[in-house]
Every structure is written in structure tokens, then in C-alpha cells.
Ligand binder design. Structure first.
Ligand code: CU
Length: 123
């Protein structure tokens, strides 16, 4: 009798541990960094619409396919140079949901003024 109930509670314990692990996994995945890779070239960013989750750390990794470009998002207070042959990293934790415009701030030619995009921070 005793051993049967012992096995049962052991089985119950394993199920509980399994559920805890599952919950921790889901939580960890939710809080993991958002890594977004963006390429820059005359005269566009790809992607030019970046979606981030509010409160979740984000890493933006920029590479240039042709020449020196810039990236600035004034309302999120982030900027970087984007040099060809190098990954430029910007880290942020978006605190407020909204739509934020970014653009190139290093003159790169005829279409420079149109080199822009948006970051959308979602709840
Ligand atoms: Cu430019």
C-alpha cells in the first residue's frame, strides 16, 4: 500500500516539475532579447519596418551593403554609423508603445532624404 501511494506521489511530483519547467521555458522565451538584423544600402533599409515588444530588450544589428550610412531614431534616443563590412549594434529596451520614425543621418547621395523607416513598439 505504502509503496503504491509513494509511486503515485512521485509520479505527481514529476508532472509538477515538468509543468514548472514548461512555465519557466515559456517565460524565458518571452523575455529573451529580440534580435533584428537590418541591412542598409542606397537608399533604403531592409526591413524598413521593425516591430518590437515593449519592455523586452532589443538588439538591432546593422550592416551596410554599399557605403557608410547612418541610423538615427531621435524619439528612442538611438543612433549609429553603419559601415560596410562591419556589424553595428544598437541595444534598447523600448519603454513606450508607439510608432517611431528613423532615418539616415549621413548624406549618402541623391535618395538620401528618402532613406527612412519606422520602429513600431507593441504592448
Ligand atoms: Cu543617407
Amino acid at each position: 500500500m505504502r509503496s503504491v501511494s509513494g509511486e503515485r506521489s512521485a509520479g505527481g511530483l514529476i508532472i509538477i516539475l515538468f509543468l514548472i519547467c514548461l512555465a519557466v521555458d515559456v517565460f524565458a522565451a518571452d523575455q529573451a532579447e529580440q534580435i533584428i538584423r537590418i541591412t542598409a544600402k542606397k537608399f533604403e533599409y531592409s526591413p524598413n519596418e521593425i516591430r518590437l515588444k515593449k519592455g523586452v530588450p532589443a538588439v538591432l544589428e546593422f550592416t551596410s551593403l554599399d557605403r557608410l550610412h547612418g541610423f538615427i531614431c531621435p524619439d528612442l534616443d538611438i543612433r549609429t554609423d553603419i559601415n560596410p563590412g562591419k556589424v553595428s549594434t544598437v541595444r534598447l529596451v523600448p519603454q513606450k508603445a508607439g510608432t517611431y520614425d528613423f532615418h539616415c543621418d549621413i548624406f549618402c547621395g541623391e535618395g538620401h532624404e528618402d532613406m527612412a523607416g519606422t520602429i513600431i513598439v507593441e504592448e
